[in-house]
Design a protein around this ligand. Structure first.
Ligand code: SF4
Length: 272
C-alpha cells in the first residue's frame, strides 16, 4: 500500500476520535484521506461537509475546509458552497439516517441537478449516534431500539435511488476492502457531476450487538461474505442477490453538469 503522510491531513487536536472500538468509520476516514492524497488536491481546495451522526464527525478530524452542519442538511450546505465557489472540491460525508431519511430530499435533488459534488454515504444500517433507531437501510427483520421485535419496513437500495434520481457516477464498496474503496473514491472525485459512493461500514455497538452479528470481526467477515463484484452480479438472478452487497462502479454516465448549465445561462443573458 502506498505510503501517505496522514499527519498532514489530520487535526491532531481533535483526536482521539469518538468512534467505538470496531467501528468501520475509521477505515472509511483513512480511505477517504488516501483518496484525497491520490488526487493531489491542495488542502485549501477541498471542502468537506457533514450533517449529524457518527459519520458527521469525520470532517472535523481532517484539515480541510470543514463544515459540520445540521441533521440532514449537509448536501444543502454543499450545494450553496459549490455554487458560490465552483473551484472547490466539495465532498459530503453523510450516513444512512442523515443522508437518506432526514436529508433524503436534498440527496435526490442534488443528483437530479447533477451538481458537481461527491457524496460519500457511510451506510451502517442504523442510527448509531442517536441511539440505535431503525434507519431507511436497516434490513427487514433486524432489531433496533425502535424495532425490538424486528424491523417491519423494507429498506432502501440507495444506489438505485440515486441512479433513478439522476446521479452521474454511482459506486459501492465496503470497509472490508479499502483498496477497492479507495479506487472508487478516486473515480468519484475525478468525475464531473454528481458522484456518489456508498460505503458499507459496520456499527458493532448499535446494530451488531442487537442482531446476530455479535462482534466487530464477525461484522467484517459478514461484509466480506456478502460482497459480490458487479461483473459477477450482472450474471446472477435478482433473487440470488437478495442480501448481497454488490460492489464496484454501478453507474457511470455523462450528463451536463448543473453549474455549467447555470453559468451558460447567465453568460447568455448578459450577452443578450
Ligand atoms: S455507534 Fe456505531 S457507527 Fe457510531 S461510532 Fe459506535 S460503532 Fe461506530
Amino acid at each position: 500500500m502506498r505510503a501517505v503522510d496522514y499527519d498532514k491531513y489530520l487535526r491532531a487536536a481533535h483526536v482521539p476520535h469518538i468512534w467505538c472500538p470496531g467501528c468501520g468509520h475509521g477505515i472509511a476516514l483513512k480511505t477517504m484521506v488516501r483518496a484525497v492524497d491520490t488526487m493531489g488536491w491542495e488542502k485549501n481546495d477541498v471542502c468537506m461537509v457533514s450533517g449529524i451522526g457518527c459519520s458527521g464527525r469525520a470532517p472535523g478530524y481532517v484539515d480541510f475546509n470543514s463544515l459540520h452542519t445540521t441533521h440532514g442538511r449537509a448536501i444543502a450546505f454543499a450545494s450553496g458552497i459549490k455554487l458560490a465557489n465552483n473551484n472547490l472540491n466539495v465532498v459530503v460525508v453523510t450516513g444512512d439516517g442523515d443522508g437518506v431519511a432526514i436529508g433524503g430530499n436534498h440527496l435526490i435533488h442534488a443528483a437530479r441537478r447533477n451538481l458537481d459534488i461527491t457524496v460519500l454515504l457511510w451506510n451502517n444500517t442504523i442510527y448509531g449516534m442517536t441511539g440505535g433507531q431503525v434507519s431507511p437501510t436497516t434490513p427487514l427483520g433486524c432489531k433496533a431500539t425502535t424495532a425490538p421485535f424486528g424491523n417491519y419496513e423494507h429498506s432502501f437500495n440507495i444506489a438505485e435511488l440515486v441512479a433513478a434520481a439522476g446521479g452521474n457516477f454511482i459506486a459501492r464498496g465496503t470497509v472490508h476492502n479499502p483498496i477497492q474503496l479507495e479506487k472508487l473514491m478516486v473515480q468519484a472525485f475525478s468525475k464531473r457531476g454528481f458522484s456518489f459512493v456508498e460505503v458499507m461500514s459496520p456499527c458493532p455497538t448499535a446494530f451488531g450487538r442487537r442482531n446476530k452479528l455479535k462482534s466487530a470481526p464477525a461484522m467484517m467477515q459478514d461484509l466480506k461474505d456478502r460482497s459480490i463484484p458487479i461483473a459477477k452480479a450482472l450474471k446472477m438472478e435478482p433473487d440470488d442477490l437478495d442480501g448481497k452487497i454488490v460492489t464496484g462502479v454501478l453507474l457511470d454516465r455523462d450528463k451536463q453538469e448543473y453549474t455549467d448549465i447555470y453559468r451558460n445561462l447567465v453568460a447568455n443573458l448578459r450577452g443578450a
